[in-house]
Each structure stands twice: as structure tokens, then as C-alpha cells.
Design a protein around this ligand. Structure first.
Ligand SMILES: Cc1ncc(COP(=O)(O)O)c(C=O)c1O
Length: 428
């Protein structure tokens, strides 16, 4: 049986007619859907909050490029004085092109190739966050070949439960990231054998969408104890990178993010007396709530058991719900006095997982209605694909009533550019 329409009172859902002073109906009419729209003002506000919370500390914010790697977003970060946390040569290139100074770039990730290490050395990045002994040796080898000196931090895996979704948890011993403190201790004891790597930093990142200070506190206390131990053993620590992970509000009235000031206080307490450079790698916190994905209702399908609201956005545009069962608030753009209805909100992709929400209550919708999927500024467009041969959505930056297209909608020709029929056969 299809869930009956509730012809009860209108829903309490707040419509979102505008964003950063821009009328969203007019924007979608002009640029089409699906369309990612980001508020520059909201991003600047988040940067300001974090910078204010860290006032007085020698702290550099290295924006985690993976959260939203559009170069206009990166340019905004550069203009605010931020550095970058990168995980590939592609992200290095984007960060440099956007004007982020190399001495504010740190390079994380378990699978850096020799080519990527070489490119980062050539650019003169601040630090490699090293995730394995094999990688440490690779950096030594590549730096030696270039007669360069690499600066490195060991990524500590503190074996802390970040109390978040398993797929975005990175600080448990079972995760692929970082090394144990016992292993890091051996690296420092033997660091003088390294001729081309200056190992003098610590790094930790325990996961993402963390809504509780306890895991941060626990991880930082473990790192702080290790820093003190290293100093006593005659290994000065020049920098401590506390990673990212600050959670955001995806679900109104449900998620309670940690305040920037409280997070900063945890850092101040845990690392009291540390005289070196602090690095932070926020991603989601800076951009998630600054983005909406605008999408139109294609049709309403009455299934035998569920009522489906079929949108023109799909899992290829926004993967988080299918990947992590993530919740995003979905609201109408136009204010509506209509009765409430319950829908499974889905995209057109041929996967059952192409579902944005199940049994979600919305004001009753009609084909053509415009909806805003909120909280999609992070890990939205940057994780998009062309699955089902759906071109990448357009992206637009909003700022005090104006908009600028920062990625035009991909054409079908662009989507298949680079492919060719198998004509020139060869043997390797
Ligand atoms: C090493 C590292 N730093 C920072 C981040 C950013 O995390 P968040 O967006 O939760 O702040 C990530 C995310 O995966 C990461 O892997």
C-alpha cells in the first residue's frame, strides 16, 4: 500500500527561497538544475569563526581540498590566508593554481606515488604527513634524487573511536591510516639515518563529521604525551597537525555541532606549552553548510508500497546518502501552504541505492517544483561522477545578491572526450 497522503496541517519545514541574498528560483530558471550553489559569505563566516577561536596561537588553517576542490572555492580560501591539505598531485595543482602558497600546503594520504612526491618537493610544500615506513623511505629516495630536503610529520594512529560513521572513521588501529605511537617512536629513534627527510612533526586525523569533543580530546592527549616524550628524548617537534573532522549540522534539530571556541579550547588545553607551529585541516566545517544542491521534481511515482519523488539530481551528483546513509535536509524553495506528504526521494540512476531520503515528509510536491538539498557544500560536487552517463552538474558561487558560475554544466561532448574506439591496437 502506498503511504497515504497526509492531508493534515502544513509541514513545519522551512522553505529556502534565497541564499546569500540570491533568489534561488530565478537562479535555477537561469542556470538549470541540478545546480550546486555555494555561499561565499557563509564560507567566510566559518573561516572567521575558526580564526577567532584560534587567536593568539601560531596556527595555520590548511583547508582539506577534497571537501570541495573547485578552484573558485580554493581561491576564496587563499584570499583568506588559508593553506591546503592535499592528497594527490591533482589537488596540489589546484591549490597552487588558486594561489595557495606552497609553504602552507601539507600532503596527506596512504598512497603517494614517487611522481606525486617529486611534484610536491618541486613545489616546495611545507610538509608530508607520512603514513607508513615504506612511504618514508620513498620520500627519502625521491628527495635524494632531487638533492632536496623534505620536511615530514608522522601521522599517528591514536586508536581512538571518533564516534562517527565507520566509513569516515580513520583513527582506529584497524584503519589504514597512520602508524602506532610505538612505530613512530622507532622512526624518531632512527631519524638520523634519513639524509633527505627532516622528520620533526606530528600529525593526527581521526575521522570526519565528529559531533563530540571527547574523541578529539583523547586523540590530542595521546599525541601531546608523545610530543613531550620526544622532546625529552632530544627530538624537537616543530609542528603538530591536529587534522580536521569538525562536524556540521546536516539535520536541523538533531545534529549539534561542536562550537569552534570549544574545539579550540581542547587544542589549547591538550597542547599547552607547545611552542611550535599548529596546523589544522578543516574541510567539511568550512564549506558543508555553505552549499545547497538545487534540483527539480521530475515526477511523482505511486509505487505499490511507497510514494516516490523522482528528482533530476541523482547519486552521481551527490553520493553521500547512498555511500554513508547520510541525512541531508531537503526543503522546497518556494514557500507553500499545502498539506504534507510522505515520499521516498530518489534520483533517476538505475540503482536502488540512488535514494536521497526515505519516508521524508514534505509539503505536497508537483512536477517542476524546485527543492534545495541542504548541507551539500562538502563532499558533494567533489565526489560527483558521470555514472549512468549523466554530465557533471554546474556550480555557482553566491555573494551578497550576486552569482558567478564557477563550473559550467558539463556537455555530453565533454563527458565522452578522451574516449575512442579501439582502432590502434598494440602490444606492450
Ligand atoms: C588527512 C585529512 N585531513 C583532513 C580531512 C578533512 O576532514 P573534514 O572534512 O571532516 O574536516 C580529511 C578528510 O578525509 C583527511 O583525510
Amino acid at each position: 500500500m502506498t503511504t497515504p497522503l497526509k492531508h493534515g496541517p502544513p509541514t513545519a519545514i522551512e522553505p529556502q527561497p534565497s541564499f546569500d541574498g540570491v533568489d534561488l528560483q530565478a537562479l535555477a530558471a537561469r542556470l538549470g538544475t541540478p545546480l550546486y550553489a555555494y555561499s561565499a559569505s557563509a564560507i567566510r563566516q566559518r573561516i572567521g569563526e575558526l580564526q577567532a577561536a584560534l587567536a593568539g596561537l601560531d596556527a595555520t588553517l590548511c583547508y582539506a581540498v577534497k571537501a570541495n576542490s573547485n578552484r573558485a572555492i580554493l581561491a576564496l580560501m587563499a584570499a583568506a590566508g588559508l593553506g591546503a591539505d592535499i592528497v594527490s598531485a591533482g589537488e596540489l595543482q589546484r591549490a597552487l593554481a588558486a594561489g595557495i602558497p606552497p609553504d602552507r600546503i601539507v600532503f596527506s594520504g596512504v598512497g603517494k606515488t614517487d611522481e606525486e612526491i617529486g611534484a610536491a618537493l618541486a613545489a616546495g610544500i611545507a610538509r608530508f604527513n607520512v603514513e607508513s615506513l615504506d612511504e618514508l623511505h620513498a620520500i627519502e629516495r625521491v628527495a635524494q634524487a632531487r638533492q632536496a630536503m623534505a620536511r615530514a610529520a608522522v601521522r599517528i594512529n591514536p586508536d581512538v573511536d571518533a564516534l562517527t560513521h565507520a566509513k569516515i572513521s580513520t583513527g582506529r588501529a584497524e584503519n589504514k591510516f597512520g602508524v602506532s605511537i610505538a612505530e613512530a617512536r622507532r622512526w624518531f629513534a632512527e631519524r638520523r639515518q634519513l639524509q633527505h627527510v627532516q622528520l620533526d612533526g606530528l600529525h593526527v586525523h581521526i575521522g570526519s563529521q565528529i559531533l563530540d569533543l571527547t574523541p578529539f580530546r583523547l586523540a590530542l592527549h595521546r599525541v601531546a604525551a608523545f610530543w613531550r616524550e620526544l622532546e625529552q628524548a632530544g627530538h624537537p617537534v616543530a609542528s603538530i597537525d591536529v587534522g580536521g573532522g569538525l562536524g556540521v549540522r546536516y539535520r536541523a534539530g538533531h545534529d549539534t555541532p561542536v562550537a569552534a571556541a570549544d574545539y579550540a579550547q581542547v587544542i589549547r588545553e591538550a597542547l599547552a606549552g607547545f611552542g611550535g607551529r599548529l596546523l589544522l585541516e578543516p574541510g567539511r566545517y568550512l564549506v558543508a553548510e555553505a552549499g545547497v544542491l538545487l534540483t527539480r521534481v521530475l515526477r511523482i511515482k505511486e509505487g505499490t508500497e511507497r510514494r516516490f519523488l523522482v528528482l533530476d539530481a541523482a547519486m552521481n551528483d551527490l553520493q553521500r546518502p547512498s555511500l554513508y546513509d547520510a541525512w541531508h535536509d531537503i526543503v522546497p524553495v518556494a514557500s507553500t501552504e499545502g498539506p504534507a506528504a510522505t515520499y521516498d526521494i530518489v534520483g533517476p540512476v538505475c540503482e536502488t541505492g540512488d535514494t536521497f531520503a526515505r519516508a521524508r515528509v514534505l509539503p505536497e510536491c508537483r512536477p517542476g517544483d524546485l527543492l534545495a538539498i541542504q548541507g551539500t557544500g562538502a563532499y558533494g560536487a567533489s565526489m560527483a561522477s558521470t555514472y549512468n552517463s549523466r554530465p557533471l552538474a554546474a556550480e555557482v558561487l553566491l555573494d551578497h545578491g550576486r552569482y558567478a558560475v564557477i563550473r559550467r554544466r558539463q556537455t555530453l561532448e565533454e563527458m565522452v572526450a578522451g574516449e575512442q574506439s579501439a582502432q590502434d591496437w598494440a602490444t606492450p
